[in-house]
Design a protein around this ligand. Structure first.
Ligand SMILES: Cc1cc2nc3c(=O)[nH]c(=O)nc-3n(C[C@H](O)[C@H](O)[C@H](O)COP(=O)(O)OP(=O)(O)OC[C@H]3O[C@@H](n4cnc5c(N)ncnc54)[C@H](O)[C@@H]3O)c2cc1C
Ligand SMILES: Cc1cc2nc3c(=O)[nH]c(=O)nc-3n(C[C@H](O)[C@H](O)[C@H](O)COP(=O)(O)O)c2cc1C
Length: 1123
């Protein structure tokens, strides 16, 4: 009976009526199809059926099955759906090992009619199981299948259909005692594979997933189906894991005698076993057109259990073992008319399979007598029951050893019990359970298990797993003359590479590890990715930016690692802000418990900032307060002291702790080896290729590389704001934004600028490259080797090497230790190698070398001339050139289509001021560019905004170019006043709708560094600014005065303005920002009330969003030294 039959019989052909009744008919059909017939007699079943015309119910002829222990009887009706079986009226074939297999020979798929018939039956079962699907969907799908079969003679099962079919086939497997688990089968859909290499990877994954460190999981891997005129995909092994059996000249066998024949096949294909008792046989896989290939099973993936006995110490000395995962590898999966000749599947062992059959069968390891003698049993007479006693003890040893090593196993009593339960369930759910008594009953103590006393009915339901002819028997051996072992590792290094490659491939469905990063200049991201590559070996790892993370996923996490830097003054980097807001909210509302989440935080920062690694610390604390389990003390990576080395150390520790905490085994030195190898430059992994075509437009390419809205802005002018003779130079840069789209900003925002590296440095690097790689007109792209094939490496767009060095890569910042390590691996000269290694290993040495020389990449290449940088090395290993931020120095409407920047030019001499002169990349670029386009983006700073209530006072505190954002504030204020009709408020009182605005400005010398002096005095004259307070730090003949000193002098003003709910804005370097905080706290102390001390008062200012900082960076130690 089909759904369509039911549909037309019950509903007739009227389409309107049909549609309205579809839902109810589907429900009726479901109840009919899986009618709970178990406890009913034939007549009762008929009465119970809600679809009158149901042919299935009409044809019912139930078989009574009795349980001989309790005389309980049930009626099997499910067998009516059985396929024909091979028994005939003269004999029962029930005990034939080959069973009732319906498998057909290779090379031809089922004839279309037969296939369609099975497809239809399968589809009905599938749709009945899918309660949410409608009949309309069923019909649509059926039409699709018909069309596909007509055209291609086969069709594609959807992934859901395939998974449903695989589970159902297990449910239908009449010989399996462990079927109660049938719903928990994981399906690896490997129908896309084309080569034996890909099959091998899938098998590795299967084994890894199934083993799961001993906590076994059931899985099936399904390779492509049989096709007409094509060889089958086959796995030749009987099981995924089997021990070799070596036939000896004296007729004995070393190893497992069951596998002598297959071992010979492996040997014939070039495999050389070690001749041991427990050598795992390689996988022999064949794919169309490729013939059989031999692949070693990676030892790392094989979980072996050494057998010992709880009472007999000598047992362990017998050197017995068995593998953890039993996986049938040679059966054909028959589903919906489609045949899948390669579909290995696994569950877990019942102890007697090993203890009774594998080890004690006379044609297997046959250890019965040996054990009996060691036990001191009398083996001369069967009446001593020595065999029975041995069997029990060996079974005890198997159970004991597996349990001791935390490997899943079930004893035959429990298995039998659960099978009884399964039968009961099945009887209720579908009116029967096909079961082959001969196989279900355990090989020892049979009659003391309940299954022994249960009548069973054996029949064949589809989908099913079928026996098929051994692959080597079907194979045409004449095709091959000389087969070699596919993988033979030449060296340890190769093996290591292969292992990491392999492990990366088999990561699906391991314990999940999520690595979140938040980064401003890219380091935290780089670290997070490096950590990801390590964890990937044992966890299913995802590395994700905080801003792309859905906070709702937090409660679902297992292993959760955060790698983040701190920016501003103790703030999250821009891409961590949103996450931090949501995480703090979770904490405040106390809505989530993360008690099952294990976490670790690595924080990057600079100890020169007062709030060192503040964001990381906050995240760490918050996760603790949400009751997540901290796996490892937070790592603090200091910019000024061996940040990378600290990270490397922390990562190794974390990996170990995480593996231990999830009971995963790791080679002790694995993380070290991994990190070392990860830091080595693997030149065979990348290649460059010249591409035809036009030079790309930079702006869109930068947009892709940096994932920001990057726009061109033309430099209109740059004006020096200090006299020419000044040692320091600050320039006002005017940019035209006409060409830029979506380029809106507010006072307080930043502009990100992408600089261009100086051509002098670029030239020096190019000079180091091989001449043929220097060809400047060549547009090149990079490819990387993935699973043996070259694939595009998408870090940079195709471009010339000069463009890459000028526009995309950071070649002026001193190379980090990892880069030095990579360079060391390219060095030919031993001295170069040693010195580079010393630099990357010795933190002190590295830091002082970096500070003293401040070497660019070009300097390093010149210092270590035997290093070799290829184009591929440059394009893949040199860090990206980061944008520079500038506080916008203009109000949006003050000058239509213009953005102004106040830029302090960076120049310094290395070697404690005595070495060569250096120029800041971006500042010197901006200083040299009128009429050119600069590529920029807006960075919105939600925290550095003028108060929305304009009547509130504003205290602005800045030093040097730290005055930059305040220019946008005062321009905005002037504009707003004008808009209110106050065109000239000179000598007038400030309208009360605007609060007081004062500026504290720190400079070096009066008349030299007092930038915007004229503009400021005119603002004061006009009454727009209430007052400017200058602080001069190097005024000849005057005492040093920093801006915080002047602030303290004016404490009464500060207190008054704060008492009027005023806002404080601080802009400059981190040290200055820190000093201002301290000064303000001192001031607040003088206004201290009884309820609140100065710390609390300051905290309140922060909490009320009335204290704003815009921190530029650190003050370099050499800044103070005169050039
Ligand atoms: C949010 C934000 C806002 C900013 N706003 C402004 C602004 O409005 N105006 C402004 O001028 N700058 C501003 N900056 C700083 C600006 O982004 C750049 O860092 C600065 O212009 C230098 O860039 P550069 O490419 O010229 O220098 P780089 O090539 O990046 O060189 C600077 C580096 O050189 C090194 N260095 C500097 N001086 C010395 C020394 N004496 N000895 C040894 N090494 C030294 C330091 O490592 C320093 O990081 C801001 C920074 C941030 C983060
Ligand atoms: C403008 C600016 C502000 C910073 N503020 C802090 C800070 O408040 N605390 C801190 O520990 N580090 C601070 N740092 C240092 C960075 O966190 C450090 O350089 C880190 O390594 C950057 O990592 P990233 O590239 O992932 O952003 C700041 C750096 C800059 C440039």
């Amino acid at each position: 009976m089909t759904v369509r039959t039911v549909c037309s019989e019950v509903l007739g052909e009227d389409p309107g009526f049909r549609k309205s009744c579809l839902k109810s008919v589907l429900g009726a059909f479901r109840s009919c199809f899986w009618a709970p017939a178990a406890h009913l007699k034939k007549e009762e079943v008929k009465m119970d059926c809600s679809v009158e015309n149901c042919a299935l119910v009409h044809g019912i002829s139930s078989v009574k099955l009795t349980n001989l222990t309790n005389s309980k009887q049930v009626y099997d009706t499910l067998h009516l759906r059985s396929q024909p079986i091979a028994c005939n009226s003269h004999c029962c074939c029930g005990s034939l090992v080959s069973g009732q297999s319906g498998a057909r020979p290779p090379g031809s798929a089922r004839p279309p009619q037969e296939m369609l018939q099975q497809a239809k039956e399968f589809l009905e079962q599938y749709y009945v199981s899918r309660k949410s699907e409608t009949l309309e969907e069923y019909f649509k799908r059926w039409e699709e299948i018909k069309a596909e079969v007509e055209k291609f003679s086969i069709y594609n099962l959807t992934s859901e259909e395939l998974a449903f079919g695989a589970k159902l086939a297990w449910r239908n497997a009449s010989r399996c005692i462990g079927r109660i688990q049938w719903r928990n089968l994981e399906v690896q859909d490997a129908r896309h594979v084309q080569t034996t290499g890909e099959m091998y990877e899938a098998l590795c994954h299967h084994l890894e997933y199934a083993t799961n460190g001993g906590s076994l999981r059931s899985m099936i891997t399904i390779f492509p189906p049989r096709r007409n005129g094509q060889e089958d995909f086959r796995l030749w092994n009987p099981q995924l894991l089997n021990y070799a059996g070596y036939f000896q000249a004296d007729g004995s066998v070393v190893g497992d005698p069951a596998n002598v024949q297959f071992t010979r096949v492996c040997q014939r294909l070039g495999w050389n076993g070690k001749g041991g008792r427990f050598d795992i046989l390689p996988w022999i896989v064949s794919a169309p057109g490729e013939g059989p290939k031999v692949y070693e099973v990676p030892e790392e993936l094989i979980l072996r259990v050494k057998l010992e006995h709880p009472c007999f110490e000598w047992f362990e000395e017998m050197g017995l073992e068995w593998y953890a995962v039993p996986a049938v590898a040679n059966m054909l999966f028959d589903c919906g008319g489609m045949e899948f000749p390669a579909a290995p599947f696994n569950g877990w062992y019942m102890s007697s399979e090993i203890g009774a059959r594998d080890l004690c069968d006379p044609h297997r390891y046959n250890i019965t007598e040996e054990v009996a003698l060691k036990m001191g049993l009398d083996t001369t007479s069967p009446t001593t029951l020595w065999k029975d006693r041995v069997l029990v003890e060996i079974n005890i040893s198997v159970l004991y050893s597996y349990q001791k090593q935390n490997v899943t196993i079930v004893d035959h009593h429990t298995a039998a019990q659960t099978f009884m339960k399964h039968m009961e369930n099945e009887q209720k759910q579908r009116g029967g359970c096909p079961a082959d008594w001969v196989w279900i009953v355990p090989p020892i103590s049979s009659s003391v298990t309940p299954v022994f006393h249960q009548e069973m009915l054996n029949y064949i339901l589809k989908p099913s797993y079928e026996y098929q002819e051994k692959a080597w028997k079907e194979f045409d051996w004449k095709q091959i003359s000389n087969v070699v072992l596919k993988y033979k590792f030449a060296s340890v290094a190769k093996a290591l590479w292969f292992y990491s490659f392999l492990m990366a491939k088999v990561r699906m469905n391991k314990i999940r590890a999520k690595i979140l990063y938040a980064s401003e200049t890219g380091k935290a991201e780089m670290f997070a990715r490096r950590l990801g590559r390590l964890l990937e070996n044992s966890f299913n790892t995802t590395v994700i930016c905080m801003e792309d993370y859905n906070i709702e996923d937090l409660t679902q996490e297992s292993l959760f690692i955060v790698v983040c830097s701190t920016f501003g003054s103790g703030d999250p980097p821009h891409n961590g802000k949103c996450f931090w807001r949501l995480l703090s909210k979770l904490k405040k509302e106390d809505v989530a418990s993360l008690s099952h989440v294990k976490f670790g935080v690595f924080a990057l920062g600079s100890s020169q900032y007062p709030a060192f690694c503040n964001f990381g610390k906050n995240v760490d604390q918050t996760l603790v307060s949400l009751r997540a389990e901290r796996l490892l003390t937070m790592g603090l990576g200091d910019d000024l002291r061996g940040q990378e080395q600290t990270f490397n150390k922390w990562v190794k520790e974390l990996y170990k702790v995480a593996c231990n905490s999830y009971n995963l085994t790791v080679a002790d030195n694995f993380s070290r080896i991994f990190l070392e190898s990860a830091n080595k430059w693997d030149k065979d992994q990348f290649r460059t290729i010249a591409v035809e075509g036009i030079v790309h437009d930079l702006c869109p390419d930068l947009t892709i590389v940096h994932n920001k809205n990057i726009q061109p802005c033309r430099v209109l002018s740059r004006v020096r704001l200090q006299p020419k003779y000044s040692e320091r130079q600050t320039i006002l840069v005017r940019l035209n934004t006409e060409k830029a789209t979506n380029f809106t900003y507010e006072p307080g925002d930043h502009l990100g600028v992408f600089p261009v590296n100086p051509s002098s440095v670029v030239n020096r690097i190019i000079a180091f490259m091989d001449p043929f790689e220097r060809l400047e007109e060549n547009i090149i792209k990079v490819e990387t080797l993935v699973d043996g094939s070259w694939q595009q490496y998408n870090r940079l767009p195709p471009c010339t090497i000069r463009t890459a060095l000028s526009r995309y890569l950071d070649i002026t910042t001193p190379p980090a230790p990892t880069l030095l390590e990579q360079l060391a691996s390219t060095a030919e000269d031993k001295c170069d190698q040693d010195r580079l290694k010393q630099l990357c290993e010795d933190v002190e040495e590295y830091e002082s070398w970096k500070m003293f020389k401040y070497p660019s990449l070009a300097d390093v290449l010149e210092q270590f001339p035997s290093t070799h940088v290829s184009a591929a090395f440059i394009l893949t290993q040199i860090p990206l050139l980061q944008p520079r931020y500038y506080s916008i120095s203009s109000a949006p409407k003050a000058k239509e289509n213009e953005i102004h920047l106040t830029v302090s030019l960076v120049k310094f001499c290395t070697e404690d001021g005595k070495g060569p002169r250096r120029f800041g990349v971006c500042t010197s670029y901006l200083d040299s560019l009128p009429g050119h386009d600069v590529y920029c983006f807006i960075r919105s700073t939600q925290t550095f905004r003028m108060p929305t209530d304009r009547s509130l006072p504003i205290i602005m505190i800045g030093a040097g170019s730290g005055i930059a954002p305040f220019r946008s504030f005062w321009q905005q204020r002037e504009l707003e006043l004008k808009e209110q009709g106050n065109t000239d408020i000179k000598n007038q009182k400030m309208p009360t709708s605007f609060g007081e605005m004062v500026l504290f400005f720190g400079c070096w010398k009066s008349g030299v560094d007092t930038i915007y002096e004229y503009e400021l005095s005119s603002l004061v004259d006009k009454g727009i600014l209430h007052k400017v307070y200058y602080a001069f730090s190097t005024q000849p003949g005057k005492e040093k005065k920093y801006v915080q000193d002047v602030l303290k002098e004016e404490f009464q003003l500060v207190i008054r303005l704060l008492s009027e709910s005023g806002h404080v804005y601080v802009c400059g370097n981190a040290v200055m920002a820190n000093d201002i905080r301290k000064a303000l706290k001192i001031i607040l102390r003088s206004s201290q009330s009884e309820e609140e001390d100065s710390e609390e008062h300051f905290e309140r200012l922060l909490a009320e969003n009335r204290y704003h900082e815009d921190v530029f960076g650190v003050l370099h130690p050499h800044h103070k030294k005169k050039l």
